[in-house]
Design a protein around this ligand. Structure first.
Ligand SMILES: Nc1ncnc2c1ncn2[C@@H]1O[C@H](COP(=O)(O)OP(=O)(O)OP(=O)(O)O)[C@@H](O)[C@H]1O
Length: 319
């Protein structure tokens, strides 16, 4: 039998499993009996509305606090107070995880000493690409620069379990794209387990192999991104034909452009997708996989508009 060292074994990444994971803060239940698995060597998206429990969940996965109940297993071992598991885990929190009173250069050196897989060349290349001033104190960085520093630490650490908790906050669109490109490039070269929590679903959903949707401290849905997309269907074609196919269904979004409409509908258990696709093809309507954003909004609305009617839930755009 070969044993693996989670601090250096990044050929596959670490698996995560939570069982009955519960976290309360006084009278607030931030997480309520969460059972989930994160497959090793995948990029998993963690999505949920404000206050859904994402930050609480990732801090428990990183072993930063003892859960009120339940457990987190990283590579089969409880993570809390487990130096071996924690050494293989890097969480980048919204705050950026830097030392405010120290220069950026000092923070990077500290991580270089701490992280066994640290890639100094990669850190240097990213510092240059993001034009980060390493002589500045971290506390004097702008919000976006602080996120950039977090992104660099997270990537260059090459931890077998890397977690980015809304690390993009404050970054402009160009820097966000550079960050996503850097994740994909480094993940392709050095596969590991990456968990990415984000509100900007449309921007990042193509990166996700798996998705966990948290809602009020519970897992609302989890699975591969492709499986989750099968819960909806996007119809594109001449408006009357599209509307006829969508009639009686829950419409998640509707965009019209001149005589053409693009309508995303939510599918129910009883829907015969093959039949619907055939009907669409007969009237010249194209069928596409929907974006996760529309499904997410539908699944996590609390105003009742996302339940079952054909009105109210939808996002409507006319161009
Ligand atoms: N240290 C704490 N003390 C008290 N309540 C807390 C604490 N941390 C989180 N909470 C509460 O737990 C719930 C979940 O918070 P959490 O920060 O995990 O959500 P989130 O999904 O990360 O939200 P956001 O997207 O807004 O950052 C919220 O109701 C929050 O107010």
């Amino acid at each position: 039998m070969t044993t693996t060292d989670p601090t250096t074994d990044h050929a596959r990444g670490l698996a995560v499993e939570t069982r009955g994971l519960t976290q309360t803060f006084g009278r607030t239940t931030a997480l309520n009996g969460v059972d989930l698995t994160v497959r090793p060597g995948t990029i998993t998206g963690l999505i949920g509305r404000n206050g859904a429990g994402k930050s609480t969940l990732v801090s428990l996965i990183a072993g930063l606090r003892r859960p009120s109940a339940g457990e987190v297993l990283v590579d089969g071992e409880p993570i809390f107070e487990n130096p071996r598991g924690m050494a293989g885990t890097q969480l980048i929190r919204e705050s950026g995880d830097a030392f405010d009173d120290e220069k950026v250069r000092t923070t990077l050196r500290w991580y270089a000493d701490l992280r066994p897989n640290w890639d100094g060349d990669l850190a240097g290349r990213l510092v240059d690409a993001f034009e980060l001033d390493v002589t500045k104190k971290a506390g004097k960085l702008s919000r976006g620069q602080r996120s950039t520093l977090g992104a660099i630490i997270g990537l260059a650490s090459r931890a077998p379990l890397t977690i980015f908790d809304e690390t993009y906050l404050g970054m402009d669109a160009t820097n966000r794209q550079m960050f996503y490109d850097a994740i994909l490039a480094d993940y392709a070269a050095h596969p590991r387990t990456i968990i990415l929590s984000s509100h900007l679903i449309g921007e990042v959903e193509q990166m996700f192999e798996d998705v966990i949707v948290l809602d009020s401290g519970r897992v609302r849905m989890a699975g591969t991104a492709d499986d989750i997309r099968t819960r909806g269907l996007t119809l594109v074609g001449r408006t009357p034909a599209v509307e006829e196919l969508a009639a009686g269904r829950t419409v998640l979004s509707r965009t019209t452009l001149g005589p053409t409409a693009q309508v995303t509908v939510f599918l129910t258990e009883g829907d015969d997708v093959a039949h619907l696709t055939q009907q669409a093809s007969e009237v010249g309507v194209a069928v596409e996989a929907p974006g996760l954003q529309d499904l997410f909004v539908h699944l996590t609305r609390t105003d009742g508009a996302g339940s079952s009617s054909t009105s109210g839930a939808e996002k409507e755009t006319t161009r």
